[in-house]
Design a protein around this ligand. Structure first.
Ligand code: G1P
Length: 286
C-alpha cells in the first residue's frame, strides 16, 4: 500500500455565498480569529503526514500562493526589528512542497480534483475542502489516515446531517459498521430528503486512489450540472475498498456568513489568549 503524501485543495471557488467579502479577496484567505481559513486545512494535512500540497486555484486568487511563500520584505523587517518570526511558522514550507494548478472554469468539484491529475500521478491522495473547518484531536485527516492504514482503498469523512439538509451533501448508503468505520455501499450527490438513502453525509475530507482520475475525465455532468466527485467515487464502489470514517470532533461550514461567524466565535472561545475577553464580552451582551 502506498503511503499518503499528497493532498489536493480545491480553492478555485468564487465564494458567492459570502459576498461582498470575497469580491477581491479569496474566501480561503478570510480569517478565523487570526489565521486564514486555508491555513487550518493545510496544517491539518501537515499533521496527517502530507508532504505535497496541491492548490487547484483560479484567477485572481494568487494571495493563496503568496501566503505559503517566503514573505521576504516582511521577514527581513521583522528580523531587523528583533521580532519573532514564530507567527509565520505555519506558512513556511520546503521548496516545491506547495504548488498550484488552475481550474480554468467552474465545472464542479470532480473537475477540480481531475485538474490535479498530473501532480497526483499514480499515488493515493487526500482532498480537503477548506470551507469545512474541522476541529478535533487528532485532526480530521489524521483520524482518516489511521483508518486508511488499516483498510486502504478510498475513505470519505462522514457526519450525521439533519434529514432536511441532505440536498446539501453527498449521502452514503451505509453497510457494515465497526466503531467509527462504516462500509460505503453507495453514494449519491445532494439527494432530496425523501430520496436520501441515509442521513450519513460526506464532509469535506477524502482519501482517494488515483484510479478515480480517468473516471472523472469521462463521467459527465451530475447534480447541479457539475462534474461531481461523488459520482466518480460511486463508480469505484465494488471495485476497491470504500469506507467512511465518522469524524470525532466539530465541523464548521465556513461557506456562508453564519457558519463563518460561528466558527470565529467557537475557535476564539477555545483559545487561552483571546478566549476570556471574548467570553466576557459575549456574557455582557447576551
Ligand atoms: C461538496 C460535495 C458534497 C459534500 C460537501 C461537504 O459539496 O460535493 O458531496 O457533502 O462538499 O461540504 P458543496 O458544499 O461544494 O456543494
Amino acid at each position: 500500500m502506498k503511503p499518503l503524501r499528497k493532498a489536493v485543495f480545491p480553492v478555485a471557488g468564487l465564494g458567492t455565498r459570502i459576498l461582498p467579502a470575497t469580491k477581491a479577496m479569496p474566501k480561503e484567505m478570510l480569517t478565523i480569529v487570526d489565521k486564514p481559513l486555508i491555513q487550518y486545512a493545510v496544517e491539518e494535512a501537515r499533521e496527517a503526514g502530507i508532504e505535497q500540497f496541491i492548490f487547484v486555484n483560479g484567477r485572481g486568487k494568487g494571495a493563496l500562493e503568496d501566503h505559503f511563500d517566503i514573505g521576504y520584505e516582511l521577514e527581513a523587517t521583522m528580523t531587523a526589528r528583533g521580532k519573532s518570526l514564530a507567527p509565520l511558522e505555519g506558512t513556511r514550507f520546503p521548496p516545491g512542497a506547495v504548488m498550484s494548478v488552475r481550474q480554468q472554469s467552474p465545472l464542479g468539484l470532480g473537475h477540480a480534483v481531475w485538474c490535479a491529475r498530473a501532480i497526483v500521478g499514480d499515488e493515493p491522495f487526500a482532498v480537503l475542502l477548506p470551507d469545512d473547518l474541522m476541529v478535533g484531536r487528532p485532526g480530521c485527516l489524521a483520524q482518516m489516515v489511521e483508518a486508511y492504514n488499516k483498510v486502504g482503498g478510498n475513505i470519505v469523512c462522514a457526519q450525521d446531517v439533519p434529514r432536511a439538509r441532505t440536498a446539501s451533501y453527498g449521502i452514503i448508503t451505509p453497510g457494515a459498521q465497526h466503531g467509527a468505520l462504516t462500509e460505503v455501499r453507495g453514494l449519491v450527490e445532494k439527494p432530496k430528503p425523501e430520496e436520501a438513502p441515509s442521513t450519513l453525509g460526506i464532509v469535506g475530507r477524502y482519501i482517494l486512489q488515483p484510479g478515480i482520475m480517468p473516471i472523472l475525465e469521462t463521467i459527465g455532468k451530475g447534480a447541479g450540472g457539475e462534474i461531481q466527485l461523488t459520482d466518480g467515487m460511486a463508480a469505484l464502489i465494488g471495485k476497491q475498498p470504500f469506507h467512511a470514517v465518522t469524524f470525532d470532533g466539530d465541523r464548521h461550514d465556513c461557506g456562508d456568513a453564519k457558519g463563518f461567524v460561528i466558527a470565529n466565535l467557537a475557535l476564539a472561545l477555545a483559545r487561552d489568549d483571546v478566549g476570556p475577553a471574548v467570553r466576557a464580552h459575549l456574557e455582557s451582551i447576551a
